[in-house]
Ligand binder design. Sequence first.
Ligand code: B12
Ligand code: SF4
Length: 513
Amino acid sequence: MNVLLIYPAFPDTFWSFNYALKFIRKKAAYPPLGLLTVAALLPKTWQCRIVDVNVTNLSDGDLQWADIAFIGGMTIQSASARKIITRCKDAQLKVVAGGPLFTADPDAFGEVDHLVLDEAEQTLLPFLKDLKRGCPQKIYRALQHCDLRQTPVPAWDLLDFKKYASLSIQFSRGCPFNCEFCNVTVLFGHKPRLKSPDQVIRELDCLYNAGWRGNIFFVDDNFIGNKKYLKHLLLPALVEWRRDKKGCVFYTEASINLADDPELMDMMVKAGFDCVFIGIESPDEESLAECRKNQNRNRDLLQNVRNLQRAGLEVMGGFIVGFDSDKPSIFQHQIDFIQKSGIVTAMVGLLQAPPGTKLFDRLKSENRLVGTTSGDNVDGTTNIVPKMGLERLQDGYRSIMRHIYAPRHYYRRIRTFLKEWRTPAVRIPMDFQRFLALFRVSYRLGIREKERFQYWHLMAWTLTRRPRQLSRAILLAIYGYHYRQICELYLLKGSRIKTETGDRFSQKGTWPT
Ligand code: B12
Ligand code: SF4
């Protein structure tokens, strides 16, 4: 059996990093980990070929070669997924689809032959059995979550690593918290499910032995969901693993209570982590209480971020506006917090209510839902009717994005961060491509773009005050360029925005000087 595994394209979004990737000559930020895991679950005698449309074209030859097509992805990829399904059907191929896009809304994909939903560890085997018997069903669903200790090492040999900026490993799924707007506990469970340290080491070895020395993203919902296991088993194993290794810097997602545990922060840094994404959501206590983000309440969030930075962990932050308790002053509060914290990558979004969340149920009962979520939480749209009024909320939202991503404020934030950040010992070795990237960035940001003054000021400041952090300063300048392009696309040039009465176009605007 020849299986063609196809990963649909991501549009240009905050998280696509496509404007940044050009500097380092990479095609995509992240690999299709879900499809690689599915490939590893297929019978060993089957031939697999992966086509990630983000890095290569899907050719007619690929479609002719295949006996069956497997498609996976998330909601943000739905436009591309639909085109791919049509091409597969035109080529007379049976289509099997799974992953978050199809699991979230299977009814929207009637044209797919087999919807193998939820976790493939649970649903793929019954499908394969039925296929062998010649009676495959339309839909396969799981009644319970899988045991991650049964998950195989993803089929990394199918992928051309060179095209990706980062590779990924998943250690756990699920989160012990209960934030009202989040569907993680519904999808993946409340009690984190974990892989064994041996499994994680096997996955790391697989990447390292294939020559990978770059970034590795631990794609967990909350990496510190089980601190005891981390401290006693996984982190010691990672520290040991890296003893004779070069490069492979890790980053992940975690909750703010990481900042309460100096031992855990220290172990993570020793294990090779240098960055963590944290859902801060709001500096406003009332809004945190409203969304039941209890782990963020009654604490000095600014000081927590500083402690993480001082331990050696850059903090990327998620922020939300549009809570019922948000006052008109929230926009300035968010700006002040983000600027003071030195959180350079600040993902700010409007509150959205994905199906399955407690927020969705509450707003449905209040008759305050409009349509579905767009799949991109940084595009200035929402499916809820906000208490403060949509127009006011969107204007405030744009004012935040315009402020924090304006070159002057963005570059100041990089300096605030670099002043606090303890440069970690684990680093990615310099190679020729990274060296060339320095010239590309300096030409683009230092000569052609309007931010040239801020760029050279940052370079001079870093070289004199924090020379060991130069590569991070350049990386963050590149990210800033990407974020500004995305903001212009969605927020400044005028784009489609959903409202209670239909879609409307956002106002045009410019960057403040
Ligand atoms: C890491 C991550 C990211 C990363 C990297 C994403 C990437 N391109 O790889 C970043 C930070 C960029 C990101 C961004 C976003 N993400 Co995200 N992300 C994740 C996370 C935590 C892990 C993804 C992962 O690699 N999992 C590991 C693999 C093995 O799991 P998997 O892909 O789900 O595959 C399994 C099954 O789905 C299934 N399967 C998958 N494909 C296929 C195909 C077939 C044929 C079959 C049979 C089965 C199958 O089997 C696999 C094994 O169990 C998930 C949550 C989670 N725990 O999975 C959210 C998740 C995928 N993200 C989500 C969302 C909403 C987003 C964002 C919109 C914003 C946000 N809130 O974070 C953006 C959008 C991206 C963009 N470009 O704009 C949602 C997607 C929901 C949906 N319906 O699409 C998820 C599920 C989280 C959630 N709370 O719901 N994300
Ligand atoms: S801490 Fe993060 S992953 Fe956990 S429930 Fe809250 S938002 Fe979801």
